[in-house]
Write a protein that binds this ligand. Structure first.
Ligand SMILES: *[C@@H]1O[C@H](CO)[C@@H](O)[C@H](O)[C@H]1NC(C)=O
Ligand SMILES: *[C@@H]1O[C@H](CO)[C@@H](O)[C@H](O)[C@H]1NC(C)=O
Ligand SMILES: *[C@@H]1O[C@H](CO)[C@@H](O)[C@H](O)[C@H]1NC(C)=O
Ligand SMILES: *[C@@H]1O[C@H](CO)[C@@H](O)[C@H](O)[C@H]1NC(C)=O
Ligand SMILES: *[C@@H]1O[C@H](CO)[C@@H](O)[C@H](O)[C@H]1NC(C)=O
Ligand SMILES: *[C@@H]1O[C@H](CO)[C@@H](O)[C@H](O)[C@H]1NC(C)=O
Ligand SMILES: *[C@@H]1O[C@H](CO)[C@@H](O)[C@H](O)[C@H]1NC(C)=O
Ligand SMILES: *[C@@H]1O[C@H](CO)[C@@H](O)[C@H](O)[C@H]1NC(C)=O
Ligand SMILES: *[C@@H]1O[C@H](CO)[C@@H](O)[C@H](O)[C@H]1NC(C)=O
Ligand SMILES: *[C@@H]1O[C@H](CO)[C@@H](O)[C@H](O)[C@H]1NC(C)=O
Ligand SMILES: [Ca+2]
Length: 288
């Protein structure tokens, strides 16, 4: 039956031709209408596959069984279980365009997507010590995880109080710190100071001139104030010519020209008859 054999051979050839014609699975441009696929990216797959593949936009990968762009589950291999300082089994797949994942980290660590690991939380990022009273600006030192703390260097006279995250006065930390300062006792974190001294270690002479008291005194020279040294709490003003500062009354008094000149020694004058002339005069007169 040579006719039948020829017919079978012709059918095989025909089927091969039909198959060859069907081979370009990209003819209808399927990638142009698929979600998250790149238009015009179709790739016909070689036989025996009758399928095609699309390029997918960032974060999506081609799934050759469903012929769709799918969001890959980056958590599939449980990658967080191998991290140090992670919470085991805590993986979160990141949505496209990311192909990555994030792990929950133990307290004191945080997920860093750039390094892909749990990193020690840097407590100095919000707390650079510049706004901590009596701390040295930008002196922050992060404490190693699991601690969430930090410490600041404190200015002279202060020590770091870790529980309050404050720079507290040395007298609260160092026993006998106030000895030799003020009255030797620490009160609410400050050495008790004897009169006219102030500061955490009684190191400042209280400036009695701060409020510019000489500006409001009659016959005083404005801004001429001189702070008197401790234990005085007072000040002295320069007075205009003819007046002088009297610390007992705290005012500029008319200079008494009769003090050195009682003129018992003035020839032909009446002894102790001196009369002081009113300021601004620096003169006096005697009865003769
Ligand atoms: C598809 O991806 C391949 C491999 O990354 C690239 O060579 C090709 O240019 C892409 N085609 C389109 C249309 O984006
Ligand atoms: C996880 O860690 C184990 C043991 O250290 C190691 O054998 C394995 O290859 C790691 N797996 C991955 C995905 O890194
Ligand atoms: C990971 O952290 C997120 C946000 O804090 C939380 O909602 C989630 O339950 C945590 N997952 C695990 C497994 O710890
Ligand atoms: C310190 O922190 C403050 C407040 O966050 C900020 O204004 C300042 O620029 C920081 N200083 C430095 C040197 O980072
Ligand atoms: C510290 O920073 C504060 C606020 O930024 C600023 O007012 C102060 O002058 C700074 N102190 C020093 C010693 O730089
Ligand atoms: C440290 O700070 C805490 C909290 O503010 C406070 O209770 C404690 O008295 C401070 N310690 C000292 C020694 O000042
Ligand atoms: C020391 O100074 C403190 C604070 O000014 C005061 O309360 C206390 O009475 C003083 N003590 C003595 C013995 O002077
Ligand atoms: C006040 O008097 C002192 C001493 O005579 C002098 O040195 C100083 O310059 C005077 N100051 C003013 C502001 O007049
Ligand atoms: C007057 O001054 C002289 C010399 O300074 C002095 O010896 C005398 O006691 C004074 N007399 C009176 C009454 O103050
Ligand atoms: C005045 O005082 C002088 C010296 O103290 C004395 O020598 C003289 O006798 C006195 N004159 C009168 C009138 O009291
Ligand atoms: Ca003083």
């Amino acid at each position: 039956m040579p006719g039948l054999q020829q017919l079978a051979a012709a059918l095989v050839l025909l089927l091969a031709a039909v198959n060859a014609a069907d081979l370009d699975a990209c003819l209808s441009s399927p990638c142009n209408s698929l979600a998250n696929a790149v238009s015009g990216s179709c790739m016909d797959l070689p036989p025996p596959s009758a399928g095609f593949a699309c390029n997918c936009t960032d974060g999506w990968v081609w799934d050759s069984s469903s012929f769709t762009c799918t969001d890959l589950d980056a958590c599939m291999g449980s990658p967080c279980n191998n991290q140090s300082n992670d919470v085991s089994g805590s993986c979160t797949d990141l949505p496209p365009p990311s192909l990555g994942y994030a792990c929950n980290c133990s307290s004191g660590w945080e997920w860093d997507s750039s390094s892909g690991s749990c990193e020690d939380v840097d407590a100095c990022q919000p707390h650079n010590c510049s706004s901590t009273p009596n701390a040295v600006n930008n002196s922050c030192v992060d404490l190693a995880a699991p601690s969430l703390g930090y410490s600041c260097s404190c200015q002279t006279g202060y020590s770091w109080n870790a529980s309050g995250a404050t720079c507290d006065d040395n007298c609260a930390f160092i026993s006998n710190y106030c000895n030799g300062r003020g009255n030797g006792s620490c009160f609410a974190g400050v050495c008790g100071c004897t009169p006219s001294w102030a500061g955490n270690a009684c190191q400042f002479d209280v400036d009695a001139c701060l409020a510019s008291p000489c500006n409001s005194h009659a016959n005083a020279v404005s801004e001429s104030c001189t702070d008197l040294p401790p234990p005085s709490l007072g000040y002295a003003c320069n007075c205009s010519s003819g007046w002088e500062w009297d610390s007992s009354s705290g005012s500029c008094e008319d200079i008494n020209a009769c003090q050195p000149h009682n003129y018992s020694s003035t020839p032909n004058a009446v002894n102790n008859s001196c009369v002081d002339l009113a300021a601004p005069s620096l003169g006096y007169s005697c009865s003769c």
